[in-house]
Design a protein around this ligand. Structure first.
Ligand SMILES: CC(=O)CC(=O)SCCNC(=O)CCNC(=O)[C@H](O)C(C)(C)COP(=O)(O)OP(=O)(O)OC[C@H]1O[C@@H](n2cnc3c(N)ncnc32)[C@H](O)[C@@H]1OP(=O)(O)O
Ligand SMILES: NC(=O)C1=CN([C@@H]2O[C@H](COP(=O)(O)OP(=O)(O)OC[C@H]3O[C@@H](n4cnc5c(N)ncnc54)[C@H](OP(=O)(O)O)[C@@H]3O)[C@@H](O)[C@H]2O)C=CC1
Length: 283
């Protein structure tokens, strides 16, 4: 199965990054969002990232323009009618993802792979709303996508070997490293990472230390590139909360209960870096 044409759904921090790395690897990419404004915002970030590559001498102006030329705007899911793979990176909400996959199933060609960048939601449940569960798979990129090497590839219960292989081959073409995991809430990355972030939030909530001190301990003591609260802001506090809820509900174990402070911040609209305020403030 050869993949040439790609559609990415959601032009946010992840969708924009996925579109960028696909276009850089030579794939034709349709970048879809519900709002034109969100598409433009996503494209502006991609342009800025590519311009930085030009400034650093890693790419010529012509190469940058060629990459941008491979990305086209889409505001309509009907544009999936001629693609080989769709990579969905809309918001982390099961109802929204199910609605998108149901529609895509009626639009995308029969051979097309329907992949999701979900950070935690069960692939098998998303696949079940389609008539092609064998073509549905998790393709979980890490943030920031242009920098991070890992793609966690998650097989749903019915995912075919051929589809798994095609997604693994595509991952290598993007110069990233695939790691295969099975379909359990949070997969591996967020099963391990997110309880640590949630515990750091509890540590702040219970007054054990200041936010700066908690981040400093983990950066200097464990050599993490970012402290857990800074990382939570970077990921998006809404996404962190959705992931904790998925773990809590999926395993039914109280050890995954989201910290009330995390919920409070999300309810306040403090979503982290993307909204200008989370544990820290951003200008
Ligand atoms: C929630 C999920 O489902 C899964 C997840 O993604 S969890 C999150 C996983 N990601 C992480 O844990 C990231 C942790 N943080 C880091 O690795 C680093 O802090 C970082 C790579 C983000 C920044 O690195 P840094 O050394 O502090 O900063 P900086 O020197 O500015 O950047 C390093 C490089 O990354 C690039 N970069 C940084 N942020 C970027 C972004 N948002 N987009 C594109 N490129 C970026 C910079 O241009 C720079 O490139 P060069 O060295 O080639 O010039
Ligand atoms: N943040 C992270 O570190 C990581 C996130 N993920 C996953 O990637 C996905 C996206 O996260 P992220 O990029 O951070 O989120 P963002 O909030 O940055 O982006 C989501 C984008 O999807 C758009 N969108 C919402 N609903 C639809 C829809 N029905 N159709 C098309 N576009 C839609 C939003 O538009 P608008 O703004 O107009 O509502 C927004 O542009 C989530 O599933 C998340 O769990 C995976 C790995 C890491």
């Amino acid at each position: 199965m050869e993949i040439k044409k790609v559609m990415v759904i959601g032009a946010g921090q992840m969708g924009g990054g996925i579109a960028q790395v696909c276009a850089q690897a030579g794939f034709d990419v349709k970048l879809n969002d519900i709002k034109e404004e969100s598409f433009e915002k996503g494209l502006a970030v991609i342009t800025k990232n590519l311009s930085r590559n030009v400034e650093k001498g890693r790419m010529t102006e012509d190469e940058k323009n060629a990459v941008l030329g491979r990305i086209t705007k889409s505001l309509d899911l009907q544009d999936a009618s001629d693609v080989d793979i769709v990579i969905e990176a809309a918001v982390e909400n099961m109802d929204i993802k199910k609605s998108i996959f149901k529609q895509l199933d009626g639009i995308a060609p029969a051979h097309a792979i329907l992949a999701t960048n979900t950070s935690s939601l069960p692939i098998t449940e998303i696949a079940a709303v389609t008539k092609r569960p064998e073509n549905v798979i998790g393709m979980h990129y890490m943030n920031p996508v242009p920098v991070m090497k890992l793609v966690e590839i998650i097989r749903g219960l019915a995912t075919s070997n051929e589809v798994y292989q095609a997604v693994e081959d595509m991952t290598r073409k993007l110069s990233k490293t695939p790691v295969e995991v099975n379909d359990f809430p949070g997969f591996v990355a967020n099963r391990v990472l997110m309880p640590m972030i949630n515990e750091a939030i509890y540590t702040l909530y219970e007054g054990v230390a200041s936010k700066e001190a908690i981040d400093e301990v983990m950066k200097l003591g464990m050599n993490h590139p970012m402290g857990p609260l800074q990382l939570a802001d970077f990921i998006g506090l809404d996404t962190c909360l959705y992931i904790m809820e998925t773990l809590h509900e999926g395993f039914g174990d109280s050890k995954y209960r989201p910290c009330p402070l995390l919920r409070k911040y999300v309810n306040a609209g403090w979503l982290g870096k993307k909204s200008g305020r989370g544990f820290y403030e951003y200008s």
